[in-house]
Design a binder for this molecule. Structure first.
Ligand code: FAD
Length: 540
């Protein structure tokens, strides 16, 4: 395959949108493994994706660093060379890692920065995608691969008067590169999801006063972050082959096995000991203590009550503790944040918690935030209000398939995909960690690698077979959507108003966006499809 450059239109084998984990690895596979001509278009002025944009105080990953990285699929040497400094790496370190990957594999020369894709249309006669950018450039490519991330379109709620605020306001997902000095300031933080929980303790140490506006309390789990010792680093590096093998087979892409027992099969005191042990280890291990926490309400309630009691132990004021203790959804049906000192923050004199369920935000005023109970005057507002997840960014790409059908039209009643990776009427389009794939219900680098490797294998197959076009059949797509819905219905996940089901965005179709069948199971299904000559796809 070769690259033909014309003065008007650059023709490529493949065009990738996004230069985070997904886009970097996809480019490596396309160019360095398959020898295709490929270009990455990236809105930012550097690589990193999530870790480029989310620079708020306290930003760090909730997957342990040693497996929140590329595996031996990319390079064993890189694994040996790179040493993480903390158990849960902070944003600056992850960004440095991704910059290092870009340099080490010479990826930058095929990435076009400051280039935002605004439209992508399938040209059925020529069998190619035509891609337009904000700057007025146009590219053509046989394959379009979206690597735009699941959490890359910020959600800024439409509070009346939002723009009238006289002070400074920030969204955590678009944080100023130079940082923000909150010293001596009165700060409002809106949102207590995974981001708010990381940010609030940091800002509280600096600001004169922090007022936290909470809609839904979450089951936050102790992170237990600490520096990585050289002993631990060595042990992990020696163990990597086994670690990666496990991440690929477990339900969530973590190298933790889920215990083969149900919560109510053990006596109460033993169950508490099991929870305590997992709690002491920190991180998401609590979710692996029993195999029915996501399936059975009574089982789930045992973990939920354990976590509520942890909050009650740590927060001095019983009334505030009850405000922070979730009661309206089962544990793990919303993304549980990891916290480092979050609950103790509410014991500080300079922190106030406002329950906006009881007293909703009515407006943003020039002076601050007005709720049904009164006005809170502040100097700064931080919106920790998350993202229009999974589909928000895909829709913004302006993708139009065969016969003028847009992706937004096709998915008006929720995503319809085959394997979460492709969709009928949109030939030669692949979506890395698309909706209805494990994506955000997994340790994402594992799912990203699996998708990229699968797409690369598929492109090699097409080349070997002399095939130009690939597209899922309507029947295969229907089958996958039905399977996705069936697996979803077996779990408690539809019960919560989470961003996983689109509940944070007014008017968004409600369905579970990620696939909950498990990383290992899903990989098996994808491998099987490939082994059967890409069963369920029409090749022509
Ligand atoms: P991204 O990193 O989101 O990169 C997508 C890129 O596409 C961006 O650079 C964006 O600028 C670009 N782009 C989008 N639209 C366009 C366009 N129209 N034109 C041009 N470029 C475009 N995952 C975990 O597994 N574990 C964690 O602990 C974890 N913590 C997280 C913490 C935060 C604060 C956030 C926001 C996410 C976290 N995630 C975590 C999820 C994280 O997004 C993924 O792990 C991973 O970084 C996704 O990589 P990606 O390359 O697929 O997407």
């Amino acid at each position: 395959m070769s690259e033909a450059v014309s003065t008007d239109l650059r023709e490529l084998d493949a065009l990738v949108v996004g230069a985070g984990f997904s886009g970097l690895y996809m480019l490596h596979r396309l160019r360095n493994t398959l020898g295709m001509s490929a270009l990455v278009l990236e809105a930012a002025d550097d690589v990193g994706g999530t870790w480029y944009w989310n620079r708020y105080p306290g930003a760090r990953c909730d997957s342990e660093s040693y497996f929140y990285s590329f595996s031996d699929r990319l390079s064993e040497d890189l694994l040996e060379e790179w040493t993480w400094s903390e158990r849960f790496a902070g944003q600056p370190e992850i960004l440095r890692y991704l910059q290092h990957v870009a340099d080490r594999f010479d990826l930058r020369r095929d990435i076009r920065f400051r280039t935002t894709v605004t439209a992508a249309s399938w040209d059925d006669d020529a069998g190619r995608w035509l891609v337009d950018t904000e700057g007025g450039e146009r590219f053509a490519a046989r394959f379009l691969i979206t690597a735009v991330g699941c959490l890359s379109t910020t959600n800024l709620p439409e509070f009346p008067g939002r723009d009238s605020f006289r002070g400074e306001s920030f969204h955590t997902g678009l944080w100023p590169h130079e940082g923000v000095d909150f010293t001596g300031k009165r700060v409002a933080v809106i949102g207590t999801g995974a981001t708010g929980v990381q940010l609030i303790p940091e800002v509280a140490q600096e600001a004169a006063h922090v007022t936290v506006f909470q809609r839904t309390p979450n089951y936050d789990i102790a992170g237990g972050n600490h520096p990585v010792t050289s002993d631990f680093d060595r042990r992990i590096k020696d163990d990597y082959p086994q670690i990666w093998a496990r991440t690929r087979e477990t339900a969530f892409g973590f190298p933790y096995d889920v215990a083969d027992r149900t919560a109510l099969s053990v006596p109460e005191d033993e169950r508490q000991e099991i929870f305590e042990e997992a709690w002491a280890k920190g991180g998401f291990r609590l979710g692996t203590t029993f195999n029915d926490l996501l399936l059975d309400e009574d089982a789930n309630e045992t973990a939920a009550e354990f976590l509520r009691n942890k909050i009650r132990e740590r927060v001095d004021d019983p009334e505030i503790a009850e405000m922070l203790a979730p009661k309206d959804h089962p544990f793990f049906t919303k993304r549980p944040p990891l916290e480092n000192g979050y609950y103790e923050t509410y014991n500080r004199e300079n922190v106030t918690l406002v329950d906006v369920n009881r007293s909703p935000i009515e407006a943003i005023t020039p002076a601050g935030v007005r709720t049904a109970d009164g006005e809170y005057e502040v100097d700064s507002i931080v919106y920790a209000t998350g993202f229009d997840a999974m589909t928000g960014t895909l829709f913004k790409l302006g993708i139009t398939g065969r016969d003028g059908l847009t992706l937004a039209e096709k998915w008006a009643e929720g995503p319809r995909t085959y394997l979460g990776i492709a969709t009928h009427d949109f030939p030669n389009l692949f979506m890395i960690t698309g909706p209805q794939s494990p994506s955000v219900l997994s340790n994402m680098p594992v799912s990203i690698e699996q998708h990229v490797d699968w797409v690369a294998g598929c492109l090699r197959h097409l080349r070997d077979q002399g095939v130009d076009r690939i597209e899922p059949t309507p029947e295969a797509e229907e089958g996958w959507v039905a399977h996705h819905d069936e697996v979803t219905a077996m779990t408690l996940l539809p019960r919560a108003n989470s961003w996983w089901v689109g509940a944070n965005i007014p008017g968004k179709h409600r369905s579970l966006y990620p696939y909950v069948g498990g990383v290992g199971v899903y990989r098996g299904i994808c491998d099987d499809v490939a082994a059967k000559g890409y069963e369920g796809f029409a090749l022509s």
